[in-house]
Structures are given as structure tokens and as C-alpha cells.
Design a protein around this ligand. Sequence first.
Ligand SMILES: [Zn+2]
Ligand SMILES: [Zn+2]
Length: 141
Amino acid sequence: MNVVERLQHELRHNGYSMTNSRLLVCQTLAKHAPISMREVINRLGGKVDRASIYRIVTLFEELGIVRKIPTGWKYKLELSDKFTHHHHHAHCLSCRQIITLPEDRLLEQSIEKIAQQQEFAITDHHIELHGYCSDCQQKDS
Ligand SMILES: [Zn+2]
Ligand SMILES: [Zn+2]
């Protein structure tokens, strides 16, 4: 299923219809995530008005289409794992960028194993690394 089909499925499944604005917001996140609400608004450059974008993002969040990633007291947005492969993030404390980390099967298996040992049934997990990206490390030294 591609992004458009997936969006259509998620909307229909929850009793909502596909609209051009919803599609545009979804495609912007598919292309540029993780990005801030302001960046979504800028990227859409007036094609969808600001109030509609806020409404759509709120709806997407309720439906589990969008996930908010906290970055200090702000947040960035990305499509949920339903749309992308499961992954983790690294946050740079200096330039504030969020780096998407490659999937790691061993890490995922370890998490499963730890949960099993606690007889814990996991439905989801998030791992966020905090530190400095390679560019910012060079700037400081
Ligand atoms: Zn950085
Ligand atoms: Zn994971």
C-alpha cells in the first residue's frame, strides 16, 4: 500500500473521506518529516489555509496517522509507523534536527525479550537518542 492508499484506508476505516487538503498534508509529511507545524504550513505555501492544516493534523493525530515527536517544549510531526517502517530518532540538542535511525533487528529483538521476561505485552515503543549530530560536534571543537 502506498501513502495515498494507506491514507484513504485509514480515513475510510474511521468514517472520514479523502479530501484534497488531507492528501496534501499527508504527502508533505511523507516527503519531509519529521517537520514542525510551521514547516508544514510553509511547505504547503497557501494551498491549504493555516486553520485547516491545524484541524487536519489534530484529526490525523486522533486517528493515529500522525505522531508528535517532542523536541524540548515544541514538537515535530511525522506519519505514524502505519505509513513508514518502524524506526527510532536521534535529536541534536544544538541544531534541533531529528535524525531518523535505520532499523535494527537486534535492538527490536532485545526489546521483545526484555518485555517477555517481565511478562509484558508491548503494543508500541519509542526510543529517542539525545546528543549532538556530526556537524554540530565539528562546529564546537
Ligand atoms: Zn546538530
Ligand atoms: Zn523499535
